[in-house]
Structures are given as C-alpha cells and as structure tokens.
Write a protein that binds this ligand. Structure first.
Ligand code: SAH
Length: 349
C-alpha cells in the first residue's frame, strides 16, 4: 500500500472519520490493505480484547411474503421447499443452545405472516422467562412500530435489520416496487427509539452497487448509530432474478469490515456465514480484519439446507454441538478466545 493510503488509515483511526473523497480512495484501494486490517484489528483489541462473542442462530421460518430480487427465500421462488418451526421446536433449539453455553439467541426468518404478534410475543416472553440471563435478538424484517413495541415489551433485546443500501435508487433496483427505502429507514429509527440494540448492514457487491453507494451506507450508519453492523458479500442464488450476477469480492468485504471498525470502534461486527461461504477461511480473515462476533447455527439439522438465502451455504450438515466445536477451534486457531456471555455492545454511540 502506498504511504498516502497508510496516512488515510492513520487519520481514520485517530478521528473515526474521513472526508468523502478519502473514504472513496480507501474503498477503491487495490491489493489486500494489510495495514488497514492490522489497524482495525488493533482497535478491536483495544476495546473488546481477543474475545469473540457467539450468538446461537435459529432460522425458524423460510416463508416470506417479500420478493427481494437477491434472496432465495423470496415468495416467487417456487423451487424453495418451505418450512416453519413450531414454538416447541424453537424452544428446543434454545434449550440445546443454552446447554452448549450460548447466552444470546437470534431468531431469524423470512417475513412470515404466520408469526403474527399473537404468536411471536408469547414466544419471546417464554424464552426470556426460561432464560432471563440471555439476550434475545429478533431478525424478522419490517413490522409496525406497535409490533416492535410489543416484542420489546415481551423482552426482545436486540433487532437485526440490514438497511441493505442507503441509496434510494439502488434500493429500488434490489427490491420490487412494494418495498421502500423510506419504510426500511423508518423501521430502523423506530427500533432505536424503542430501546433495542439495533443492527443495520449490507451486502458487499450486490448488483448495481458502486463505491459511492458504500460511502452513502457509511454516512447513513453514522446518522443511525447502530450497535451492530452486519456485512457480508452478496452471493448468487440460482433461483432468483439476480442469478446471473457475480458474487461480491472477498477483499472488498474485508476492506469494508476494517473501515467500519475504524469508524465505529465500539461496534459489534460479525464475521458472517456469507464470508465463510465465499472463502473457507473467510470468517477467520474477517476476525483479523476487525470483526468480533460469530453466529453459529442452532437450527435443527432437518431444516438447515432449506434456509437457502444464497447458494452453497456452509454449516448445513452439522449438529449444533459440532458446529460449535468446529467454530471454537477456528477461533482459537486464529488467535482469539471464545466468549459465550451475552456480549452486549460496550458503549452505545
Ligand atoms: N427477513 C429478515 C432476514 C433476512 S435474511 C430481514 O429482512 O431482515 C438476512 C440477510 O441476508 C438479509 O438482510 C440480506 O442482507 C442477506 N442476504 C439475502 N440474500 C442474500 C444473498 N443472495 N447473498 C448474500 N446475502 C444475502
């Protein structure tokens, strides 16, 4: 990397910010940007040490009434074999997870009308009653403020809702007309207002994405001040309208992870399953580039392979315990330690 790029990295580290032109230069920098990754790694080390927080992920339904062009769960995908777990199944996943030591459960799914407030609120309340020391994270898409409030009152602590792209016209290229950037944004700000720890985020290399969009994403997140940022590469799914578009790039995803760590030093930043799918060592490289969260799969083995948001998803053939053993070994091998505590954000921005 040239000296001037290294200077930009130093400035970003010191000020947690850079002018637009400098950020664009960093985003476009060629090569593997080792100095950028090392700087992000050391900022993560200063704040979170070498602890990697684990979250048990329960993919509880793949029914979805949305039709996002990139996602294999979209309602128009007739190839998808649909499933939904019962409340009993979900509680059994939590029991397994709790026994394995997890203290955060992430309930993620498509936007499935079956999981109305009448069903989801008592489920969240039950999980919190059984495991009061655990955090419950929801990732169930766009809902009304009233619904978010009820779920929060039932005990939900965190909510993951990637903004996907902060540029309106790019948003419209990724989603059908019935979805809007305004509504996505509304949801995120309402979730914050209701006291959730909020996760935003995006796919790197989604069709039509340009660096100026990533810059807007960074500026939007500075405005939102999320507690978590989920970043993974876009990966093709053969049964979507975007099947012909290439996967996002590994180096670009790692670069964005590091920039995010330097801009948001306290952020909870997962090394995503998508990163591990793109490259067998992707998650380890993500940790070395500044990430500090991993989300092992707790879903029952029988349904794993049906949560096909993209092709070739890893970890679909292992029981929860094996998944944990494998990931723990990877974490230690990469020089980090496993933390199964709640792993709350160290400071709200
Ligand atoms: N319905 C929930 C969960 C969606 S799946 C919600 O709307 O939040 C979680 C994330 O997977 C999405 O936010 C999206 O960013 C990501 N995703 C979907 N399709 C993908 C693809 N083809 N490649 C990579 N990531 C994808």
């Amino acid at each position: 990397m040239s000296k001037s790029i290294n200077d930009l990295v130093d400035q970003l580290r010191q000020e947690s910010n850079l002018p637009d032109a400098a950020l664009l230069e960093l985003l476009a920098a060629p090569g593997d940007c080792q100095y950028l990754h090392d700087s992000a790694n050391s900022v993560r080390q200063e704040i979170y040490g070498s602890a990697v927080y684990l979250r048990g992920l329960i993919e509880f339904t793949n029914y979805c009434h949305n039709d996002c062009y990139y996602c294999g769960l979209r309602r128009s995908n007739r190839q998808a074999q649909r499933y939904r777990l019962s409340s009993e199944d979900i509680l059994a996943c939590c029991a397994t997870g709790h026994r394995l030591g997890y203290r955060t459960f992430v309930l993620q799914g498509g936007e499935d009308g079956y999981f109305s407030d009448e069903r989801l609120v008592p489920l969240v309340a039950k999980i919190k009653e059984l495991y009061p020391e655990c955090a419950v994270t929801l990732s169930v898409g766009e809902r009304s403020k009233d619904s978010y409030r009820k779920l929060r009152e039932a005990g939900a602590d965190r909510y993951l809702l990637r903004h996907e792209t902060a540029n309106r016209s790019h948003y419209e290229k990724l989603h059908p007309q019935e979805m809007s950037w305004e509504n996505r944004r509304r949801c995120l700000f309402e979730l914050k207002e209701l006291g959730y720890q909020v996760g935003a985020g995006l796919m790197v290399g989604s069709p039509f994405q340009e660096d100026r969009h990533l810059l807007e994403d960074l500026r939007f997140m500075q405005e939102l001040k999320p507690d978590m940022i989920g970043i993974g590469p876009y990966l093709r799914q053969a049964d979507t309208p975007f099947a012909g578009y290439p996967n996002g790039s590994m180096s670009k995803t790692l670069r964005l992870l590091s920039i995010v760590r330097l801009m948001f030093p306290y952020i909870l930043l997962p090394a995503t399953t998508a990163l591990g799918t793109l490259n067998p060592r992707g998650r380890e490289l993500g940790l070395r580039a500044g990430a500090n969260v991993l989300m092992p799969n707790l879903s029952p083995l029988s349904v794993r392979r049906y949560y096909n948001i993209y092709d070739n998803k890893i970890c679909t053939g292992e029981e929860a315990a094996e998944c944990l053993t494998c990931l723990s070994a990877r974490i230690k091998h990469a020089g980090f330690t496993v933390s199964k505590g709640r792993g709350d954000v160290k400071r709200t921005h």
